[in-house]
Ligand binder design. Structure first.
Ligand SMILES: Nc1nc2c(ncn2[C@@H]2O[C@H](COP(=O)(O)OP(=O)(O)OP(=O)(O)O)[C@@H](O)[C@H]2O)c(=O)[nH]1
Ligand SMILES: [K+]
Ligand SMILES: [Mg+2]
Length: 370
């Protein structure tokens, strides 16, 4: 074991031994901050090291980018080929794919870029097995599919840990924390909402990063981990879901055991698929569309029929104003009202304003001054 591993293990052991309560919270906060700092420094060193060659250059395209993350040979390339018309090399041996292979999935009117990447292995966050280049691609994705197969579904948490260590936070909103360093005055703490951490915890965590003077603003409920993330920075917040491939190779009983186990551990049903036979692939496409937070909006020109062929793909929660900006900025300036047919309104052709929030499948007419 290297000195680094020893150091990490020592802190992890102490954390495990220490029971969390009011009296220990400060000490625990400090230990966690120390651990996070050591890991982040190691990750940064790995990312800077020259070994491993050039980073992959893939240009993002389409309405969103999805990356297939998994151990070697779980079937990432087979899945890419099933979802898109790309032909990524498939092989019954580890590390068949040595670079990033992009493909295009067109689903429900959305153009979705899918990235097949080399297999991820334990230690990837610290640069093992081209980890440096692979992690950089994963960090920039709009959605991560964590792909396992029926033989290694049990080890999905190893992948999760690598992503975590690489500063990737999955399925969590970015905590609303501002830390503004100041020249003096010590640590000043302000809350909007409940007092999530006390001043002593905040002080000891910041001290671990040698921050002695700062104005801190916390909105909403947060954990010590969230605060440490905000302090260290360099975190990305990405949605993700789990899919388990090669279900054609096991019987019904094994399949449902894997499914139950993963659902219990991660709180969400994994998608059970066969990239080879195409089993559940249409459902997987729907899941990709939904997890990207996409909606389809159909435009209907004034007095004309709606264009039901090519929807505009927008993020859920989008408003009329977002649509107008996408069309042309004049649409916002000269906006009078919009008319909607669909789920976001009570009756057809209802008039709404710029702040109206749309729903998937809505038909929209924008009426402007001349
Ligand atoms: N039975 C079965 N075999 C599959 C399935 N998907 C992939 N395979 C096989 O699994 C092996 C690995 O598939 P790949 O697509 O190369 O896996 P990969 O994850 O891209 O592998 P690396 O690029 O090496 O990391 C190949 O022999 C595939 O034919 C599946 O759904 N069912
Ligand atoms: K392979
Ligand atoms: Mg591959």
């Amino acid at each position: 074991m290297s000195g680094l591993d020893d150091q990490i293990k020592e802190i992890e052991d102490e954390l495990q031994r220490t029971v969390y309560n009011k009296a220990t919270s400060k000490h625990i906060g400090r230990l966690k901050a120390k651990l996070a700092k050591i890991k982040e420094d190691a990750v940064q060193r790995a990312m800077k090291s020259s070994g491993g060659g050039e980073g992959y250059s893939v240009k993002k395209s389409g309405d969103g980018t999805v990356v297939l993350v998994g151990f070697p040979s779980v079937g990432k390339s087979t899945l890419l080929n099933q979802l898109t018309d790309q032909k990524s090399e498939i092989g019954a041996y580890a590390f068949t794919t040595l670079t990033v292979v992009p493909g295009l999935l067109e689903h429900k009117g959305a153009k979705i870029q899918i990235l097949d990447i080399p297999g991820l292995i334990a230690g990837a966050a610290m640069g093992k097995g081209r980890g440096k280049e692979v992690i950089a691609v994963v960090r920039s994705a709009d959605l991560i599919i964590i792909l396992g197969d029926v033989y290694n579904g049990i080890h999905i948490d190893v992948l999760m840990k690598e992503l975590y260590d690489a500063g990737i936070r999955i399925n969590t909103p970015k905590p609303d924390i501002t830390i503004k360093k100041t020249g003096n005055g010590g640590i000043r703490l302000n809350y909007v909402g409940d007092e999530a951490l006390d001043i002593e915890e905040v002080r000891s965590i910041l001290a671990e990063n040698k921050i002695m003077n700062a104005d801190v603003l916390i909105r909403g409920s947060i954990s010590q981990e969230d605060f440490i993330d905000a302090m260290i920075g360099n975190r990305v917040y990405v949605p993700a879901f789990i899919a388990i491939n090669k279900v054609d190779l096991v019987d019904e009983k094994t399949r449902s055991e894997i499914e139950t186990d993963l659902t219990e551990r991660f709180g969400e049903h994994p998608h059970m698929i066969s990239a080879h036979s195409g089993y559940n692939i249409e459902e997987l496409k729907d899941a990709i569309f939904d997890h990207l937070g996409f909606m389809r909006i159909y435009m209907k020109p004034v007095g004309g029929p709606a264009d039901l062929e090519e929807p505009m793909i927008v993020r859920s929660g989008s408003t009329i104003e977002d649509i107008c900006r996408r069309l042309h900025r004049e649409f916002v300036e000269k906006f009078r009202y919009a008319k909607i047919w669909g789920k976001s309104v009570k009756h057809d052709a209802q008039r709404v304003g710029l702040q109206h929030t749309l729903a998937d499948g809505d038909i929209v007419t924008v009426v402007t001054r001349f």
